[in-house]
Design a protein. Structure first.
Lengths: 177, 356, 249
């Protein structure tokens, strides 16, 4: 891998920023240069949240992902806004439990994942983001499985360590989807 | 110093932790996006390290609390974003006029006025030339990574103390909000040894007066001139910049902070396209790293200043190279971050097209 | 009035720049006497303001910091937070404290900032030559209220002690004057109490001294004292507006 530029987008509260953090930490454990840049300000409150994550084997220039290799869309406005920015040959992961629309481009790989449904039917309500992360990992192999798990552990503060297991489970579900 | 474990940290939080590591135990500030994490972090950490965090009622009050604590001889800082610096301009001028060291962090956002909250570099002139009324300068540092934000904080405090003047970290919303891996420095104890400070004379010396008022014009002129002699020494000794592929470059891109990251990517693209592009990245904005630019003025065909403003640094580049070569400009403003492709296109244009 | 006794140690042996009949000199002496009596000159830091009292840093023997106009409470806050063991006071006029610096004043008071404010209220801007102050009386003629202060357009004067006394952070708010020996003694008692309260960690203390400005009032020193009694004191009654007492915090 040389460069992987990832854009995660959805509603505030879906765990977009957290997902980005797990990816960034996992990339760091893998030995990559990483950056994580959130959208910030009023647009976050009740509106859309997005997060740019860059993984590279060289120093990262702009941390703002304008033309993502991977787009994770967790709501319709995000898919509509960013679909055309994805690099040809790139990957779009759509949370199909929320978004009914299909990707119209033909030069990218589109993956439709009933992430919320999978999470809920396994008693992991609210972990759709981790299901998607598991699938993204499967599609890209951006790090080793061991480092993905380390990234998860690093991203959860010690006080909330009890949450590691449920997140781990959700990631596994995504990998097996 | 042992290499600490790297952690992912937001630039704003990293600056705060670095300041604590550098012995700063006094923080005064007022909330404003996109720097609020600095204050939030300080409010959490200062009580744990025996320090003082105080939220002032305004930026005006906060910078004057900084003046008071700095005058009393402690290592002190504040942080704000662009509109807050305008409010602090009065206090900054007094701090400089009273020869009080302190650290001021500006996490820039778009302006003028209330502007926006997205990243900007449009406070360059304010930081380097006009941070308040009167003849004075601040030391101004421009980090481009979260690690460098950490690394520059201790040095900014130290040079501020050494030269008895305010220092500024000129950051922006992108660097403040982004996370990167960072190794934090070990905590250091600092000596409480500022003999000039107003901290109580203990009956052992004449009273110290921290003051910027000189009614006699000759006295004031002498004092300001002495300060400018100090500035001349600083210009000679403290210029800092990073050079990237600059030694054989035809086109030298000049960019600092956030725009330098974009420019580095653009320089790589240009090299791949057969253009001999290079980058000089000012780390000190005041003193401006003239030496690092002047030495390329003979071999370079042209310079290109890339900024997130309307070109506030262009004149400084021209002066640094004695106007010997053309200086172009590419920038975005208002909170827009330029893309590497845009900067690459500007390099191509400056070069008169692609060469193979 | 003749002031007896030797110069207090905390008052430096330099000529004051104040006009004849101005009460700044008396108040300076009282503050210096209090510092001497408490034996705290070596750990006191004064904060000078902007206005006629701008040069106090030349007069007091303790360490001094000169603050921007109105910002003395913020500067004093910084000093006190940096050096909690020091005794910190501001010396401010009415324009500095109650106009441009009202925000800093109210918030320092509300925080219960452990500082003393010595507040000189002479109902006029002295340094700039006699313009309207926030405490200028209704009908009072100044350079910028040439027809007398019309409260309909220029607003009403501010009674600072009354205003601040509503704040929980205030330990002592007292208005005094220095028009006669008895009142001078009371003023000194109040200033001393304020310093003692700070040393006991009780919070923000303000001593408002109703003062004269013969030059800008356009009167002789003697007439100015009478004008103060006839006009200032009825509008700004002397007294204690808040006192948390010995046990209070």
């Amino acid at each position: 891998m040389t460069d992987l530029n990832i854009l995660l987008a959805g509603f505030g509260g879906q765990g977009i920023l957290f997902t980005g953090k797990v990816i960034a930490y996992a990339g760091m454990m893998e030995g990559s240069e990483v950056s994580w840049l959130p959208s910030y300000g009023p647009e976050m409150r009740g509106g859309t949240a997005n997060c740019s994550v860059c993984l590279s084997d060289r120093a990262i220039g702009s941390p703002l992902v304008v033309t993502p290799d991977v787009l994770v869309a967790m709501n319709l406005p995000s898919l509509e806004k960013f679909e055309n920015d994805v690099m040809p040959g790139g990957l779009i992961i759509v949370d199909s439990s929320i978004i009914a629309k299909k990707v119209s481009r033909t030069d990218v790989k589109a993956v439709y994942l009933d992430a919320s449904g999978i999470a809920e039917s396994n008693g992991l309500k609210g972990a759709a983001n981790m299901v998607i992360l598991g699938r993204m990992f499967k599609e890209t192999g951006f790090c080793s499985e061991e480092n993905l798990d380390k990234g998860l552990q690093k991203s959860i503060p010690p006080k909330k360590a009890a949450l590691i297991d449920s997140n781990r489970k959700a990631i596994r579900l995504g990998m097996e989807s | 110093m042992s290499m600490a474990e790297r952690v992912l940290m937001k630039g704003n939080e990293a600056i705060a932790e670095a300041a604590i590591a550098a012995g700063c135990r006094h923080f005064f500030g007022y909330p404003i996006t996109p720097q609020t994490e600095v204050a939030a972090y300080m409010s959490k950490r200062m009580p744990k390290v025996g320090g003082v965090y105080l939220q002032g009622e305004s930026e005006v009050a906060s910078i004057n609390m900084v003046l008071g604590a700095g005058a009393a001889g402690v290592r002190v800082m504040t942080s704000t974003s662009s509109p807050g610096i305008s409010l602090m301009a009065e206090g900054i001028s007094y701090i400089a006029g009273s020869d009080v060291p302190c650290l001021i962090v500006n996490v820039q956002r778009g302006g003028p006025g209330l502007g926006g909250i997205q990243p900007s570099q449009a406070d360059y002139c304010q930081a380097t030339k006009a941070s308040g009324h009167g003849d004075f300068h601040m030391l101004v540092f421009a980090p481009s990574t979260v690690q460098e934000m950490v690394d520059l904080v201790a040095g900014a405090f130290e040079l501020g103390d050494k030269y008895r003047m305010p220092a500024m970290i000129l950051s922006d919303g992108m660097l403040g909000q982004m996370m990167e891996p960072v190794a934090l420095p070990e905590h250091r104890e600092i000596e409480d040894s500022k003999e000039w400070a107003a901290r109580g004379h203990g009956g052992k010396r004449a009273h110290n007066v921290i003051n910027s008022l000189y009614i006699n014009p000759q006295e004031l002129e002498d004092l300001v001139k002495a300060r400018y002699e100090k500035y001349a020494v600083i210009k000679e000794r403290e210029q800092r910049a990073e050079e990237y592929l600059a030694d054989d470059a035809d086109i030298i891109v000049v960019a600092f902070g956030a725009s330098s990251r974009v420019s580095r990517s653009a320089v790589d693209m240009a090299r791949k396209a057969g253009i001999k592009a290079g980058l000089v990245r000012p780390i000190t904005l005041w003193p401006f790293p003239e030496k690092f630019l002047a030495k390329h003025a003979d071999h370079a065909k042209a310079f290109l200043s890339v900024e997130m403003s309307m070109g506030q640094m262009v004149d400084d580049v021209k002066l640094a190279i004695g106007c010997r070569k053309p200086v172009g400009f590419y920038g975005r403003t208002g909170g827009v971050i330029p893309t590497p492709k845009e900067v690459f296109d500007a390099i191509v244009k400056t070069n008169g097209g692609v060469q193979r | 009035m003749t002031v007896k006794g030797e110069r207090p140690h905390a008052l430096l042996d330099v000529p004051l720049h104040y006009c004849p009949g101005c009460t700044h000199g008396i108040v300076h002496r009282l503050v210096a006497e209090v510092i001497d009596e408490l034996g705290i000159e070596g750990r006191t830091v004064g904060v000078a303001s902007v206005g006629c009292s701008v040069f106090t840093y030349n007069y007091f023997g303790c360490d001094m910091v000169q603050a921007p106009h109105g910002r003395a409470p913020a500067v004093a806050t910084g000093v006190k937070r940096a050096r909690p063991e020091d005794v910190v006071f501001t010396y401010q006029g009415d324009g500095d404290l109650a106009a441009i610096g009202m925000g800093e004043t109210v918030h320092a008071a509300a925080r219960g900032e452990n500082i003393v404010a010595v507040f000189i209220n002479n109902a006029i801007y002295g340094m700039t030559g006699g313009q309207m102050a926030p405490t200028t009386l209704p009908g009072q003629v100044t350079q910028t209220t040439p027809y007398g202060r019309d409260v309909k357009t220029a607003g009403n004067p501010i009674r600072v002690c009354e205003l601040l006394s509503s704040l929980d952070g205030v330990a002592l708010a007292q208005r005094v004057t220095v028009d006669c020996v008895k009142n001078v003694k009371e003023a000194k008692r109040a200033i001393k109490k304020a310093f003692e309260y700070q040393m006991a960690g009780k919070g923000y203390c303000i001593i408002e001294v109703v003062s004269t400005c013969p030059t800008n009032w356009g009167m002789s020193p003697k007439d100015a004292i009478q004008w103060l009694r006839d006009n200032m004191l009825p509008y700004y009654p002397l007294g204690v507006y808040k006192d948390v007492g010995e046990g209070g915090q």
